[in-house]
Design a protein around this ligand. Structure first.
Ligand code: AMP
Length: 121
């Protein structure tokens, strides 16, 4: 079945509702963080809003609280998971941003040198 992604069909909404499993790293009333299923580093967590927002490309001033919370919890999550020497945050947005899952998420990646920011072509 294909079609537009709705909160009913969204895989990350299903994680929020507990309908599919995830290894949780942090949770509060606005956001949930869980380990990426295909980690690229020893620490690789996704921080998501509990409310369905498809993409950062859809956000505006009304979303400041949840966007701020996503950033504000990242240092604590990284530290708690042992990323002592820093970490990288990434939000892929839309086609050119190579977003794969259309529920806003911020990658928090660390536990090793994450390399150059982006390949220069
Ligand atoms: P992006 O390219 O930014 O949209 O990345 C989507 C990320 O979601 C990828 O790193 C996937 O490995 C991850 N992912 C997809 N499904 C799941 C899942 N069920 N549990 C945890 N991570 C997932």
């Amino acid at each position: 079945m294909s079609g537009p992604i709705t909160p009913e069909t969204c895989v990350f909404c299903k994680i929020v509702r507990g309908e599919i499993p995830a290894r949780k790293a942090y949770e509060d009333e606005l956001v949930l963080a869980f380990h990426d299923i295909r980690p690229v580093a020893p620490v690789h967590v996704l921080v998501i809003p509990k409310r369905h927002i498809a993409s950062l490309a859809d956000c505006g001033l009304d979303d400041q609280a949840v966007l701020g919370r996503m950033l504000a919890v990242a240092p604590r999550i990284a530290r708690d998971l042992g990323a002592k020497d820093g970490f990288r945050t990434i939000i892929n947005s839309g086609r050119d941003g190579r977003q794969e899952v259309y529920h806003l998420h911020m990658h928090v990646i660390g536990g090793r040198d994450t390399g150059p920011m982006i390949l220069r072509t």
